[in-house]
Design a protein around this ligand. Structure first.
Ligand code: ADP
Ligand code: ZN
Ligand code: ZN
Length: 805
């Protein structure tokens, strides 16, 4: 098959911009010269070589112990036809044998031919990886500075990669020789001793082939009769692979809805993307309000792709992978859909992966890792809630699924739809610069009244100065202000439900004043200082500035400076007293140990057996409870105080989502936000449900201080039990990077990370940010992967970090 790529020569992609670069192969040249990306002039790596016949074939193979290197092996002539890029192969390795994946096929090797060992054969238990996915894996390894084997491993679920789970098989019986069978029946018509065998033959003649399970279900079955028939070659047996059967949900089929004007506009735009010539940008940013009908757009876009015999991947945050979401996809597409969530057993995951690989299904819905579904005819990737931080993987390769999806789309000429009610700054920036096409759906399908949002100034009730006389109520007013208490009690009387929401991600230490809301903040970088209790200092982890922590609040003089306190547990305890006898449930990562816990708690709440649900971000997303009419945000300041330039964005998104939980039925909802910063812009914009206002504000702040999306960022993390040694190594690495840095880049020298110690290990972090990080990234990658740090010290790299804690 001659593809367009092949006609133009090899294709490569720029790490930085993803620009496609074509390079014509010259068969007589030994090594192809690298070419530069026309946009950023960085050298481009090429992934696959095409081979002229009559030459030796060399496979570059990576295995789990490759240490970022592919090794060359000769492909024996009998394997030349079957070995291709992505094939799982057996290789000689030292004195033993290992398995690995072919990353590239070439004609030449750096090693002399005599030194090359030959491949031993194809792996029996491991499935191959599609060639385009291998290219994606190689790109991830380079861009995210992870080792190549780590990257390739990511492409396959562990259950498939291990080769330990085997496909389920069964025996299938059928008549081997119809004439002989008929003859046997004629001859033994009156033979009582042969009646069992005769019955089995008659059944097999009538039914064709029968599996072992089916044939055993007949009354006349006997193991010995069947064995005799097989022995005399009247009946044949075959071992066939079957799909393990897992229970599927019964659903009522749904038909496409007549699109609204806004949906029609989005779908027309999608049609244009589908028909655009190869190589055109095909990413749509669908900025649609909650309930604007984004999901219906996804469903119809998938329908269009299926009509073209192509397949689709839908990524949703793990937390929204609820039965509700799955049901909507299932009822439209039935069995053509495979759902990959983290609760699948290994065997289930194995089966689902093989369903995709064999083309039995054409749609995959799943969390982050579903992005690597092995489709070879991919037409569309949808990323729902594209702004979600859970699309970032926290272990190597530390990729962002949204960005890798855009790359996969580019590699496979597939369309990408990024959907969100609160798109990320990065995606909106890409839309502004023309890389993505922006489609807006500002209106709800059925106009429901927006919730009423009010902001309560907690400072008015701090320190027990509220109206209550007894100590218990005073303590409560630190957490629940009288307006919130009254609102909750009103709902309880009406038998309506409430959600109390607390953002508890504030585990970095920051210094604040309860009385006036003062927060210690770096004057240069605009983010909160990290407070070190041990040293008594305030540190900025972006510019490295250090100050002594003040004894008294510099704003109001109060001596009661402290770091934030109450978590959901405390809130539950106090809520139980204040709102007795209401039925209260708590939902956070401490109480929800399993998926069953999660569903049980939600089900109780849905049935109305719980009056107040208290929880963290876990309850902020994707849940629909028509009877919830009040949402109380106990304290968003915790999130705002995090020393991270994304803190405003995260808090705004959360408040937006939380507000969306109220009043989804006929009753309009009410949202109460308690804060010590009622004047804070983020809170103000959220209370006004003003996304554009917030976005402009956030972008101004980011541009001013050169945060992404204005430039990019690489975080270098160092960890070790010996603090001095860890810092010394970090500084040594930074010195080695100096030749690759220039004046346009901002460099933060190694400083204690906001969360200074985790599990007894000290953490240091250095940051590099700016435009054009390609060269530095290459240098960082080499230092991180090909240098062994001193014993007990770890060094890892996070490219495009999503959290700076
Ligand atoms: P979003 O994903 O943006 O939150 P949904 O796709 O879930 O929005 O749509 C919100 C509600 O409107 C759903 O109940 C859905 O069934 C309904 N809906 C969506 N599109 C249409 C349409 N074209 N006609 C009628 N109802 C629609
Ligand atoms: Zn600073
Ligand atoms: Zn103060």
């Amino acid at each position: 098959m001659q593809s367009a790529d092949a006609a133009r020569g090899k294709v490569g992609f720029c790490d930085e911009y993803g620009t496609e670069v074509y390079y014509r192969t010259r068969p007589f040249r030994r090594r192809s010269k690298a070419r530069d990306c026309p946009r950023c002039a960085a050298a481009v790596s090429f992934f696959h070589n095409r081979r002229a016949s009559n030459k030796k074939m060399i496979a570059k193979v990576i295995s789990d112990v490759s240490l970022d290197r592919a090794f060359d092996y000769l492909v024996p002539p009998d394997l030349e036809k079957t070995v291709r890029v992505g094939a799982a192969v057996r290789i000689p390795f030292g004195n033993s044998e290992r398995e690995g994946y072919v990353l590239e096929l070439a004609e030449t090797s750096e090693l002399p031919a005599a030194k090359l060992k030959a491949l031993k054969g194809l792996s029996e238990h491991r499935a191959p990886i599609p060639e385009k996915l291998i290219a994606l894996g190689e790109w991830m390894a380079q861009y995210y500075c992870s080792s190549r084997e780590q990257s390739i491993r990511t492409l396959l679920p562990a259950a498939v990669r291990s080769g330990k789970i085997r496909p389920a098989t069964t025996r299938v019986y059928s008549i081997a020789d119809p004439e002989a069978a008929q003859k046997f029946l004629d001859e033994h018509a009156d033979d009582l001793r042969a009646s069992g065998r005769c019955s089995l033959l008659r059944i097999l003649i009538a039914d064709g082939a029968l599996s072992r399970e089916r044939i055993q279900s007949y009354a006349c079955y006997s193991a010995s009769s069947l064995a005799t028939l097989v022995k005399h070659r009247l009946v044949g047996v075959e071992e066939v692979t079957i799909r393990r059967d897992f229970k599927t949900v019964e659903v009522i089929p749904s038909r496409p809805l007549e699109p609204t004007v806004e949906q029609k506009r989005a779908l027309d735009c999608f049609d244009k993307m589908l028909d655009a010539p190869p190589g055109s940008p095909r990413v749509m940013l669908l900025h649609g309000a909650t309930n604007s009908g984004k999901t219906e757009v996804y469903l119809q876009a998938i329908g269009k792709v299926l009509d073209r015999n192509q397949s689709a991947i839908v990524l949703v945050p793990e937390i929204s992978l609820t039965p509700q979401t799955v049901r909507r996809f299932r009822s439209r597409f039935g069995d053509r859909l495979s759902v990959l969530h983290s609760r699948l057993t290994d065997a289930e995951r194995f089966e689902e992966w093989h369903k995709v690989n064999s083309g039995e299904v054409s749609i995959v819905v799943g969390a982050r890792s579903a992005l690597f579904a092995p489709f070879t005819n991919l037409g569309l990737i949808i990323i729902d809630e594209e702004h979600e931080s859970s699309y970032k993987q926290s272990e190597a390769p530390r990729y962002i699924a949204r960005d890798v999806a855009v790359m996969r789309g580019k590699l496979e000429n597939a369309c990408v739809i990024l959907g969100s009610a609160t798109p990320s700054a990065e995606s909106l920036h890409n839309a502004k610069s023309g890389r993505f096409t922006l489609v807006e759906m500002p209106h709800q399908v059925e106009d429901r009244p927006s919730p009423q949002i009010s902001v309560v100034d907690l400072r008015a009730y701090a320190g027990g100065s509220g109206p209550a006389k007894d100590a218990e109520k005073n303590a409560a007013y630190g957490l629940f202000s009288p307006p919130l208490v009254e609102a909750v009690q009103r709902r309880l009387e009406l038998h309506e439900q409430c959600i109390l929401f607390l953002n508890r991600r504030g585990y970095a230490h920051v210094l604040t004043c309860d009385l006036c809301g003062y927060e210690a903040r770096c004057p240069e970088c605009g983010v909160n200082y990290t407070y070190s209790l041990k040293r008594g200092t305030l540190n900025c982890h972006l510019c490295g500035r250090v100050e002594n922590a003040p004894e008294r609040c510099p704003a109001c003089g109060s001596p009661e400076l402290r770091r934030f306190g109450a978590g959901t547990e405390k809130i539950e305890e106090i809520a139980a007293k204040v709102f007795s006898p209401a039925r209260i449930a708590r939902m956070d990562s401490d109480t929800m140990r399993s998926a069953a816990d999660y569903e049980r708690t939600l089900e109780k709440f849905r049935r109305g057996d719980t009056d107040i649900l208290i929880g963290t971000q876990m309850i902020a997303k994707g849940l629909h409870f028509p009877n919830v009419t009040l949402v109380g945000v106990v304290n968003p300041d915790l999130g705002l105080a995090l020393p991270d330039f994304r803190a405003p964005e995260r808090v705004f998104q959360l408040l937006w989502q939380v507000a969306g939980r109220a009043g989804r039925g006929d009753v309009p909802g009410e949202v109460i936000i308690q804060t010590t910063h009622p004047e804070n812009e983020v809170i103000q914009f959220a209370a006004a449900l003003d996304f554009k206002g917030f976005h402009d504000f956030d972008m101004e702040f980011r541009e001013c201080l050169h945060y992404p999306p204005f430039g990019r960022m690489i975080a270098l993390h160092f960890r070790g039990e010996d603090e001095t040694a860890t810092l010394e190594y970090a500084e040594k690495i930074m010195r080695e990077l100096e030749p690759y840095l220039n004046d346009t880049l901002k460099v933060t020298p190694p400083a204690p990370a906001p969360i200074e110690r985790i599990k007894g290990k000290y953490r240091y972090m250095a940051l590099i940010r700016g435009e054009g990080l390609a060269l530095v990234r290459k240098a960082v990658r080499v230092l991180a992967l090909h240098r062994t740090p001193p014993k007990g010290i770890e060094f890892y790299v996070d490219v495009d970090p999503q959290s700076l804690l």
